[in-house]
Design a binder for this molecule. Structure first.
Ligand code: PLP
Length: 426
């Protein structure tokens, strides 16, 4: 069948594995595969254009700097924001930590030399008596940095709870109140696949003047996402989950908020004037990009954004929805397999986690792997939501724009055999 991202673009998908099985890659939620266009853009950077970004007057430095900034432009356009509102990071984890540390630097009074709106600084400054709100659905990357921020500043951490399907329980929205300074939540859960009610959360948070932070790691690669339209203040997403290399990601921040924040990392490239007594910082995004950045990877992420844009994210989303609906229908028909998350496609992304009764997720993963099928097993860096579902770990199938219906059917056929293989049924 034809897929929105042509299979021929992905050399890795032609591999035969584990004794000759065609590779069936259903682990795009963990990391995606890269098309030739991205691999070639990355290789060309190293082969032809490698130079120090913004540090030289020679041709190679100029070419590398241009490619780096054009990549930023492509990524900014891809998520509907300004080019100066995208900060390169190593990934989402590093974007969220950058933010959490910049917040505590602000709380500690750093960056006083930055000319910015005092009201904005006060709004983002957290301390004793203030509350940071997150949710029980978070990946550890959008939970632990906020626990740590609270520990550093004396603020208190609270969270929104989940309903039976793993969706954010709107009756707990009242935990956001006038003591709340930050609301950090996921766009799409990497375990249940549930899409968060962004508009509702943003509106409640805005009403109390709280800063909103969206973990867009599992949405940006799979559906059209316009961060400006969503109205969040900050957002994080990773390159390697959207057909780009590892080691690169982005932090989006509203221009005036980034402008008011002190840096987390300091050193070369993020400064304006350095004297022995005092340093003033460059304007964002440079203020948050200290040292030599992962330039080649950034160029790869820019190319991935262009590639996905060319296909059209509506097409990607429609294809992945069709595959996910098929997965859900199939999984819910297999006896002894429990779905962890919504069974219908309403407000749902493509992470499909499940628990096979009586079989350890690692055994499920190994059995599938012996057939050439790659899925994720474990707690997917999201222990609290697993606790919510009453399991320690699970298995997860997740699709990308290159997966086919036949692959879904082959996976379902193998999954149906798991309990028999492990003698949990006759
Ligand atoms: C929802 C979510 N947030 C954050 C992360 C962390 O992303 P990275 O490992 O690229 O920093 C992931 C990765 O699995 C994720 O799924």
């Amino acid at each position: 069948m034809s897929t929105p991202a042509p299979r021929d673009d992905f050399p890795i998908l032609t591999r035969k594995v584990r004794g000759g099985h065609p590779l069936i890659y259903l682990d795009s939620g963990a990391t995606s595969q890269r098309p030739t266009q991205v691999l070639e853009a990355v290789a060309a950077m190293d082969r032809i254009h490698n130079g120090a970004v913004k540090r030289g007057s020679h041709l190679l430095a100029e070419e590398a700097s241009l490619a780096y900034e054009e990549a930023r432009e492509a990524v900014a356009g891809f998520v509907g924001v300004g080019v100066d509102e995208i900060v390169w990071t190593q990934g989402s984890t590093s974007a969220l930590n950058l933010l959490a540390y910049s917040f505590s630097n602000l709380a500690a009074g750093r960056g006083e030399s930055i000319e910015s709106d005092r009201q904005i600084r006060n709004r983002m400054s957290v301390g004793p008596g203030d509350v940071v709100v997150t949710t029980r659905a978070e990946h550890h990357a959008n939970l632990v940095p906020w626990q740590e921020l609270c520990a550093r500043t004396g603020a208190e951490l609270r969270w929104l709870d989940l309903d039976e399907e793993g969706r954010i329980d709107l009756s707990t929205l009242n935990r956001i109140n006038n003591r709340t300074k930050i609301v950090a939540f996921t766009h799409v859960s990497n375990v249940s696949g549930a899409i968060s009610p962004v508009a509702e959360i943003v509106s409640v948070a805005q009403a109390v003047g709280a800063t909103t932070i969206l973990d867009a790691c599992q949405s940006v690669p799979h559906m059209p996402v316009d961060l400006a339209k969503l109205g969040v203040d900050f957002a994080a997403f990773s390159g390697h989950k959207m057909l780009a290399p590892t080691g690169i990601g982005a932090l989006y921040g509203r221009r005036e908020l980034l402008a008011a924040l002190p840096p987390f990392m300091t050193g070369g490239s993020m400064v304006e004037v350095v004297r022995m007594e005092k340093t003033t910082y460059a304007a964002p995004p440079a203020r948050f990009e200290a040292g030599t950045m992962p330039v080649t990877q950034a160029v790869g992420m820019g190319e991935a954004a262009r590639y996905l844009h060319k296909i059209g994210m509506e097409k990607v989303a429609a294809h992945e929805e069709m595959l996910t609906a098929r997965l859900l229908k199939g999984i819910t028909q297999i006896p002894g397999v429990r779905l962890l998350g919504p069974a219908q496609m309403r407000e749902r992304g493509g992470a499909v986690s499940f628990h096979v009764e009586g079989v350890h997720p690692h055994d499920v993963g190994q059995f599938l792997d012996s057939r050439g099928i790659a899925v994720r097993v474990g707690h997917h860096c999201a222990q609290p939501i697993h606790q919510h579902f009453g399991v320690f770990a699970s298995s997860r199938a997740s699709v990308g724009p290159y997966n086919t219906v036949d692959e879904i059917d082959a996976f379902l056929e193998s999954l149906a055999e798991v309990r028999r293989y492990f003698r949990m049924e006759a």
